[in-house]
Design a protein around this ligand. Structure first.
Ligand code: ADP
Length: 736
């Protein structure tokens, strides 16, 4: 029987197994038994020796005490009850001894035992205290008796004697019985605990062991026996470091010390068993303090499998690295091949562009010249048809080259400052005649803030999308109108999103066809091609261009109710205001040239005789004096001696190409600022950049329309004249 609360926490845990209903019940039963004994004793005294009232004092005190104890137990205050029980027992036994025979009273044996026992139940300290009290009482009684100072005990009648003896026997039996029961119970519990912990440590997935600070093994599990191949008796004689190779022992001892010092440590080492090969293990140790002694509780796990896996993993890793290296080498070869193929494709496209445009320039130029020279109506009609067919062919060539370049990721967008209005402004001039031919109205609806915002981008490509949409709208509309709108969809500090709409009242497109028409070579109705013509590339190019410019293109509408194409482009705002390019009335640039610059000397560097003839004729027709250089070397030589007003430079020429010739000419002081315009079949944006980088001022892609040639030449002659007027007056750059 143990009582909690006074014991330290760790003890309390251990004692929990003893503290049970049984203990409380037993305590209550003991109190009840003593109470009954005391009452019986009191009754017997009252009947047998009513004259010895003093005898009634101890049982009466005892009865009151037991009553209070009973009440305390009922309130759950076991500790207080036990203290009162032990002190009361001591008090009653002392009084009895005092008045009824000193240390000879039988009570001297039973009650002190009872007192000490209950004291032990409370705590070891209480047991010691009560033992001291009892010993002191006995010594005092012995001394008092030897000095004869104890009162003479009254004669004890037999009944009283018997009741007292029976009470003693009952109390003694309860005492011994409880001790035996508690002991058996404790032993049983300890055995169960031992089996339980043995079960636990045997079921651990690795070796378990426990040794003390001197390295002596205290406990271990079966796996430890199996792993070390030592019996229990052998292990009991061994120390922790005995299972390792000599060279490892120092390290193991250090780790063991660390566990005892820091509470935790682990190590990987090879366990050397009694027989068989060493086993790689991971050992984890923690310090456990039981009482005043520290122990190391350790777990060892066989990591042979891990090691094997690690080795395999390492092998795989190395293999993988080799494979990756090989693959990377293959990939880099493939990449180089792909890059080479891509370069070849780009070169092919550039060459194709050049190869196709050069004869187109000749065909279109010669047709144009012939048209200017003949008055024969039939011949003019034939030539006009050739002209139209060449334009159509040129449009197809341009589309095919564009889509090929977009798909090869080779399309370069220009970054030029412009205002959207400039792009829209061209539209009536380009397609207005088609609207007029079909009796359709072409309306422009431009929000002022959208039209005038200065942006940086590729106006030529935006114009291309717009032209394609407007062209389609006019092509697929028989009556009604075509409206072109421009709005500012978004306007942030540094960017704008322009939204163009081209709406028509034409044949419309079904919802199904709307999904297809943006794919390359797709037309809403293949059979319509025969009626309307077209390559099916325009919208595919438009969508890709719009997306390249950070926007998109969509279509809405119903068959029979017209279509509305919307495309957006996201453009950077340009830093300053954009000066509008000078525009000339269509077809009037040639006249202006003749008026203002007749006699101006210009150089035409062109190796291809037909193209040379076309350009020369077109320029001479406006009164310009044209010197022809057949290649770059000749161009530089001519420039060295002649101060030309303007130079037209082909790019691909024998001996020295146009870019290098320009660079050389720019080193000549007289030509540092002479307008040099590339007139070349290298028509792509990057070709334009090459020209500008070489020091040229502008780029006219072939085939060059006569009007465009005249406009460009006029524009640059005017600029040159302005600069000279403003700057170096009297300079002899332009000679007439
Ligand atoms: P194409 O050169 O054949 O016009 P596009 O890619 O420009 O090629 O157009 C693809 C197809 O989309 C056209 O063939 C036509 O069927 C349809 N389409 C384009 N625009 C319109 C429109 N405004 N109205 C009706 N159908 C159109």
């Amino acid at each position: 029987m143990r009582f909690p609360s006074r014991t330290p926490p760790s003890r309390q845990k251990i004692d929990n197994s003893i503290r049970s209903d049984f203990s409380v019940r037993f305590f209550q039963q003991a109190v009840a038994a003593i109470l009954i004994g005391l009452i019986a004793f009191l009754v017997v005294i009252r009947i047998a020796v009513p004259d010895q009232t003093v005898r009634m004092v101890p049982p009466a005190i005892g009865i009151v005490l037991m009553g209070v104890i009973w009440w305390l137990i009922g309130r759950g205050r076991l500790q207080a009850a036990a203290m009162l029980f032990a002190s009361g027992a001591w008090l009653v036994s002392t009084i009895i001894c005092l008045f009824y025979g000193g240390v000879h009273a039988a009570i001297v044996v039973v009650f002190p035992l009872l007192v000490v026992y209950v004291g032990w139940a409370i705590s070891m300290r209480a047991a010691a205290g009560f033992t001291g009290l009892i010993v002191a009482t006995i010594i005092a009684l012995v001394l008092a008796e030897s000095m004869g100072s104890l009162p003479t005990p009254p004669p004890t009648p037999l009944a009283v004697f018997l009741v007292v003896q029976i009470t003693y026997v009952v109390v003694a039996l309860i005492l011994v019985g409880s001790l035996v029961l508690v002991y058996q119970r404790r032993v049983g519990e300890l055995e169960r605990e031992r089996q339980f912990s043995a079960e636990i440590i045997n079921s651990l997935p690795g070796m378990f062991y426990m040794f003390d600070a001197s390295g002596r093994f205290i406990r271990w599990n079966r796996r430890f026996n199996d792993a070390t191949v030592y019996s229990d008796s052998e292990l009991a004689q061994m120390k922790a470091t005995d299972f390792f190779r000599d060279e490892d022992r120092e390290q193991i001892a250090a780790v063991v010390s660390r566990v005892f010092a820091e509470g935790h440590a682990d190590i990987e080492a090879d366990l050397v068993p009694g027989q068989g090969p060493a086993v790689p293990c991971r050992f984890t140790g923690v310090r456990a303090t039981i009482g005043d002694e520290s122990f190391l509780l350790g777990v060892g796990i066989d990591i042979s499998e891990d090691r094997r896996n690690q080795a395999k993993l390492e092998e795989y890793r190395q293999h993988l690295e080799q494979m990756i290296e090989a693959r990377t080498a293959d990939l880099s070869i493939a990449k180089e091949a792909a890059e080479a193929a891509n370069r070849a494709k780009s070169t092919f496209l550039a060459n194709m562009s050049h190869e196709l445009r050069t004869p187109m320039n000749a065909i279109m130029g010669m047709t144009n010249l012939a048209m200017r020279r003949t008055m024969d109506a039939r011949l003019l009609d034939h030539l006009e048809k050739i002209n139209q067919a060449s334009h159509h062919l040129l449009a197809v060539i341009n589309s095919i080259l564009d889509i090929s370049r977009i798909e090869a990721d080779r399309l370069v967008l220009e970054q030029i400052d412009f205002t959207p209005f400039a792009v829209l402004d061209n539209l009536p001039a380009l397609v207005g005649y088609k609207a007029a031919e079909k009796g359709l109205a072409l309306e422009l609806d431009v929000a002022p803030e959208a039209g005038t915002v200065a942006v940086c981008g590729d106006p030529m490509r935006i114009g291309q999308i717009l032209l394609n949409l407007a062209d389609n709208a006019l092509k697929f509309t028989e009556r009604g109108k075509v409206v072109v709108r421009l709005r500012l969809a978004e306007d942030t500090a540094d960017k704008v999103l322009l939204r163009f709409e081209v709406e028509d009242t034409g044949i419309g497109i079904s919802a199904n066809d709307q999904k297809r028409i943006f794919a390359a070579f797709e037309q809403a109705d293949g059979s319509m091609t025969r009626k309307y013509g077209g390559s099916g590339l325009g919208l595919a190019i438009s969508r890709r261009l719009a997306r390249l410019m950070g926007g998109d293109i969509t279509v809405t509408g119903q068959p029979g109710e017209g279509s509305c194409f919307v495309f957006t482009v996201r453009l950077r705002k340009s830093a300053g205001a954009v000066a509008p390019a000078p525009t000339f009335e269509p077809g009037k640039a040639g006249d202006r040239l003749r008026q203002d610059f007749a006699g101006s000397r210009i150089m035409l560097a062109e190796d291809e005789p037909v193209n040379c003839e076309v350009a020369r004729t077109l320029l001479e027709a406006q009164g310009l004096v044209v010197d022809v250089a057949a290649d770059g070397v000749e161009a530089v030589a001519l420039a060295r001696h002649t101060p030309y007003a303007l130079i037209l430079m082909d790019m691909q020429m024998p001996n020295l190409n146009g870019a290098d010739a320009t660079r050389a000419i720019r080193t000549l002081p007289a030509h540092a600022r002479t307008p040099i315009l590339a007139m070349t079949a290298n028509a792509f944006a990057e070709d334009r950049l090459v020209c500008l980088a070489a020091g040229m001022d502008d780029h006219l892609p072939k085939p060059v329309e006569p009007d465009r040639l005249h406009e460009a030449v006029l524009r640059w002659l005017l600029r040159s004249r302005e600069k000279i007027g403003a700057g170096a007056a009297g300079s002899a750059v332009i000679s007439s």
